[in-house]
Design a protein around this ligand. Structure first.
Ligand code: GLY
Length: 403
């Protein structure tokens, strides 16, 4: 009997060790990321534009943009995550410097829906880590600005208030990427902003759930609506392979977006939907878990990858794994996220000596032949966010806590 229970304890110990040892190590990739960010900082020009957006040539040189660019908040966000990990005051100063450059966005009319990407990743992380009330004010003002793009007849935010090919301007367009910008509205509503911001975010998520997905839960990139009647006109693509294809980053925005909607609303329909849009993505991944830029490109396996979609999805699945009640399913989301992070941390995907970004093989806009198979700041941002989230989970913390 005694021997049997000893055996059982030993067996349980082996199982426990096995399950722990499957977690990826986060210290090396985080140390690596900080050292790459420091290299980038040392190259940055003194004048604007000085926000590194993407690697533009084979020599590893960055292309720089200013605060108006849709990706302008990712660089400051990366610096905030690096500060969170290192507590290095020099990195904090740089994070403040690049965050504060984005201030004009909070006092100008909305150019488009990207305000959440721009201001929440920069000022949102800045406020989370410093508690500086001036930063909070910027976030609240920008949320009000984003809300001006909401069309109540349609029930969504107008993503691109301008002429874009195939979008039948001046009709109303909404892109799946817009889901991420709801985080700014939800957060503002919870932190002193108008409650109407919450209602707008919920309505946008519900309308998108109804109109933006095919029966198999794959997403259109864009939906065009009649701006007066709110009727759906058509689902189309802008950055994907075809109107009916699954553009990888678009699907990852849906996974991240519906998981985040559940965080703020605790409405089970968003949790259920987050799982549905995740499951179709996971079922169609190649073996190494990094998607081709579009799941339906007939050139696969000779098509470029999009490592940014993998980074966005890894970060989202880590959050999703904390919400899903079915233990086996939750563990599976975590395991998938860890496998993605392990691959992104390999020599195949980390930039290492090739350039000073964190990861490579990101595809921005394949139909335009721009930023194909390169390094782009949003791939790096979500890679770092996912590593920080994984570290917190391994330490038994909530992913929303500061490290
Ligand atoms: N939000 C634009 C993109 O994902 O490329």
């Amino acid at each position: 009997m005694m021997r049997l229970s000893l055996m059982a304890v030993l067996f349980m110990g082996i199982i426990f060790f096995e399950s722990c040892s499957k977690n990826i190590r986060t210290d090396e990739p985080l140390d690596y990321s900080v050292s790459q960010l420091k290299k980038t900082l040392s190259h940055i020009p003194a004048d604007t534009p000085n926000i590194p957006r993407n690697i533009k040539d084979s020599l590893g040189n960055w292309r720089y943009v200013d605060y108006k660019d849709w990706t302008s908040g990712f660089w400051a966000g990366e610096l905030w995550y690096a500060y969170e990990f290192t507590k290095d005051e020099n990195i904090k100063q740089q994070a403040q410097r690049f965050t504060e450059q984005l201030y004009p966005l909070s006092v100008s009319p909305a150019f488009d829906h990207d305000l959440g990407f721009q201001v929440f990743n920069s000022y949102g992380n800045a406020y989370r880590l410093t508690g500086n009330e001036a930063y909070k004010k910027v976030i609240l003002n920008t949320a009000d600005t984003l809300a001006t793009l909401f069309n109540p007849r349609v029930g969504t935010i107008l993503s691109w208030p301008r002429l874009v090919p195939n979008m039948e301007w001046p009709q109303h367009n909404t892109i799946i990427d817009n889901m991420i910008n709801l985080e700014l509205l939800f957060w503002a509503a919870q932190n002193g902003g108008d409650h109407n911001l919450y209602d707008i975010a919920v309505k946008h998520a519900e309308t998108t759930m109804k109109n933006h997905f095919r029966p198999d839960y794959t997403s259109y990139h864009a939906v065009v609506y009649d701006k007066d009647t709110g009727k759906k006109i058509k689902g189309v693509t802008h950055q994907g392979y075809a109107d009916d294809s699954m553009w990888a980053r678009g699907q990852s925005w849906a996974i991240y977006g519906y998981t985040m909607c559940y965080r703020f609303t605790k409405d089970p329909k968003f949790l259920d939907f987050a799982q549905k849009v995740s499951d179709v993505y996971l079922a169609r991944l190649p073996e190494d878990k990094i998607p081709y830029w579009d799941f339906d490109d007939p050139a696969i396996p000779n098509a470029p990858r999009d490592a940014s979609a993998a980074a966005v999805t890894a970060s989202a699945l880590l959050e999703l794994s904390t919400f899903v009640k079915d233990k086996e399913k939750a563990q599976n989301y975590r395991k998938e996220a860890e496998a993605m992070l392990a691959e992104l941390s390999s020599a195949e995907y980390q930039s290492r000596a090739k350039n000073s970004a964190l990861i490579m093989h990101v595809t921005g806009h394949k139909p335009n032949n721009s930023e194909v198979d390169t390094s782009i700041n949003y791939g790096d941002y979500y890679y770092l966010e996912a590593l920080i989230r994984e570290r917190k989970l391994q330490e038994g913390r909530s992913i929303y806590e500061n490290l």
